[in-house]
Design a protein around this ligand. Sequence first.
Ligand SMILES: Nc1nc2c(ncn2[C@@H]2O[C@H](COP(=O)(O)OP(=O)(O)OP(=O)(O)O)[C@@H](O)[C@H]2O)c(=O)[nH]1
Length: 332
Amino acid sequence: MSISNNILHHIENFTAQRDKELLAFSLLKSIRNILTPVKASILTLNSKDEPTMEITLASSDKCRFNHKNIHLPPEIKKSIEYMNSWQLDEFVDAYDHQHVSFHLLKQSRQNAQYLVITLDKKPSKSENYIIKGMLSIYSNFSSLLIEAQTDELTGLMNRKTFEESIVKLYQKFDVEDDEHTEQSNWIAIIDLDHFKNINDNFGHLYGDEVLIHVSRVMQQTFRHDDLLFRFGGEEFVILMKNRGRKDCERVLEALRQNVQNIKLPNIDAITVSIGVCEFNDDVFHITLMDRADQALYYSKQHGRNQITFFDQVVAEGLAVESQVNAGEIDLF
Ligand SMILES: Nc1nc2c(ncn2[C@@H]2O[C@H](COP(=O)(O)OP(=O)(O)OP(=O)(O)O)[C@@H](O)[C@H]2O)c(=O)[nH]1
């Protein structure tokens, strides 16, 4: 394949992606294919410059997400610190006859993400040009994707993205993830209590402000790999991965309390009701959502400002585990 055809092929791959993780994966694949680096990775650091995630390509061509015990060699750490102190978007350094280039992919108050490419020779001018081109296509396309997946008011993911995320849970997403354990996944529906009163008493704009505060508290309470969605109106959905039941209960209780502690003028307390069910890949997602919804209904009917697990509702004989099985209806 000629170089230009090869590049066109990679651009085509980028623009076919509808998922941020797959887009990052596609970038790494393109870099590996074009530059044959010693190593290429996407590194995320938190606001204290501690590594929180490293995405690499495994030899099997699978995308590997590493969240724990990420080894950051001191020279890499130093180069990133140097980039930060001079607010550079790019930086190239050489250690042990290897050329390492750092490219800032995105930066926010919470974290920064870098593409780190290690080559055993200095990249040529044309290779540098290709990297730059790839990165601008990646960055433009990534902004478009983020915009399409985000709820405008709260900055959480939107309902359309929920459908895609839950499909991934069923398909077990083609990645190697070091955080994958035999722990459960959970679906929680969070609904603000008596939100209509807030709108009626203080106006819709004030209501919007409350939704923004609650979303921030959600972002602060959950882990980076928990997925937070605004489902519409004053209803939110959370997909929690790899947690035991106790841990799931603990974090939802923390959310309930954190929301109650939000201080806003004129309002005594904002509260939320929560319904939860365990994810089960033998059960169709519409059934799972219905289970979480029945648990939420129980919370609402029993005084609000509380968490109910679906199996509690079943144990009280108020619901049965009827289900539509995956495969019986083809909705995706
Ligand atoms: N400010 C604001 N309000 C919204 C938005 N979307 C929906 N709402 C309002 O959310 C309110 C939801 O009211 P209800 O469904 O009656 O629920 P509730 O008052 O929270 O009562 P419970 O859920 O039973 O505790 C309605 O007043 C909607 O107009 C939005 O984007 N912004």
